[in-house]
Write a protein that binds this ligand. Structure first.
Ligand code: ZN
Length: 359
């Protein structure tokens, strides 16, 4: 990932913003995907007015631009890529619905472009993360790439022929809500038995809590990591305990991994990607999660024995993926067939093509 200084703009910078359920992170990203500066703010909750979220983003971007002007004078800031945790409209101007924010049909792209005086591109946060892994991370060189992120729930995205596949209405990649258990656990989406109810941080937490609430001697080791209080147990406690060889914790992560393998076998049956990248907080468990996933995947995949098994690998970019990907989507427009040709796509908003820093 060497820095380039080619005359075609290798010296330019882009600002990536990841608007998640708990925090807004903005960063200054160069052409190689390196993050030069980043700032973070808490995300206002969904009971807060929509305009407050916009203020937080404008504030984070302003601070990032100021850092660019101070630390990298003379380098062109091309614009802002925004990755948002929510449904983004097919024309990528509007966040239609964001479960963790007050945004409902929020025309955030144009509003931010006007306020910032910079080109802005908008995408779903999982699309941005998949793009980052494809360009700079564990998906490099694989133009048919599946990304699945295991956080509180499951996020996902697909890169097809070297561009993000967004679906007809911008809503592709909601893999977490595929039903894997008829009449199973109730999901936030209103349905029952969704994949993310079995393979996510929330699933691991629920199972750990249940084990602790039963006061099972089997869970004695795990109890030590959360002060013995079932209400306080979190996914990272389970990961920590498993790393120290706790049998119950290993079993809990193994279950999440096996359910991961089941869902991936379904996705691969439909999509036949060349590689699967697994990211999100739960993936920090590494092979404790991925080995059971690979085993179950190999047992459930249709045509097994007569087809290559797509490698299941850990994401490389960590929590920065959404921000890095959003910045690069601004720079590249997501590949040759993108509906948006990039920052200056001539849609008549009269914006300057970026802003030279330090002027
Ligand atoms: Zn669901």
């Amino acid at each position: 990932m060497a820095l380039t200084h080619d005359p075609a703009g290798g010296d330019t910078l882009a600002i990536g913003v990841d608007v998640g359920g708990t925090k807004v992170v903005a960063g200054l990203v160069d052409v190689s995907g390196a993050v030069l500066t980043q700032v973070r703010r808490d995300t206002p909750g969904r009971t807060t007015e929509a305009s407050v979220v916009e203020e937080v983003i404008v504030d984070a971007v302003s601070e990032t631009r100021a850092a660019a002007a101070r630390d990298h004078p003379g380098r062109l800031v091309l614009g802002v890529g925004l990755g948002a945790a929510g449904f983004v409209s097919a024309d990528r101007r509007t966040v239609v619905f964001a479960p963790h924010l007050a945004w409902r049909d929020e025309p955030i792209r144009d509003r931010l472009a006007q306020r910032l005086g910079l080109p802005v591109v908008l995408d779903n946060d999982a699309n941005a993360a998949a793009w980052a892994e494809y360009r700079f991370g564990a998906g490099r060189g694989e133009p048919r790439l599946l990304l699945v992120t295991l956080g509180t729930g499951i996020g996902g995205a697909l890169v097809l022929d070297g561009r993000v596949e967004r679906g007809r209405h911008g809503l592709a990649g909601e893999f977490g809500h595929m039903q894997v258990v008829p009449d199973g656990e109730r999901c936030e989406c209103g349905n029952r038995g969704c994949w993310e109810q079995y393979s996510s941080g929330r699933a691991m937490q629920r199972e750990a809590r249940e084990m602790l609430e039963q006061d099972s001697p089997y869970a004695a080791g795990l109890a030590g990591y959360c002060g013995g209080d079932p209400a306080k147990v979190e996914g990272h406690h389970v990961t920590q305990a498993a790393r120290h060889g706790d049998v119950a914790a290993l079993e809990l992560i193994g279950d999440v991994g096996r359910w991961l393998g089941v869902g991936l076998a379904n996705l691969v049956a439909a999509l036949d990607p060349g590689r699967i990248v697994v990211g999100g907080g739960v993936s920090e468990a590494g092979d404790l999660l991925l080995e059971p996933a690979r085993d179950m995947f190999a047992r459930r995949l249709t045509g097994r024995g007569h087809r290559p098994l797509a490698p299941i690998v850990a994401a490389e970019l960590g929590p920065a993926a959404g921000m890095v990907g959003a910045a690069d989507l601004l720079r590249t427009g997501s590949g040759p067939d993108s509906v948006s040709a990039g920052p200056a796509d001539g849609e008549g908003d009269g914006l300057a093509d970026g802003a030279r820093t330090g002027q």
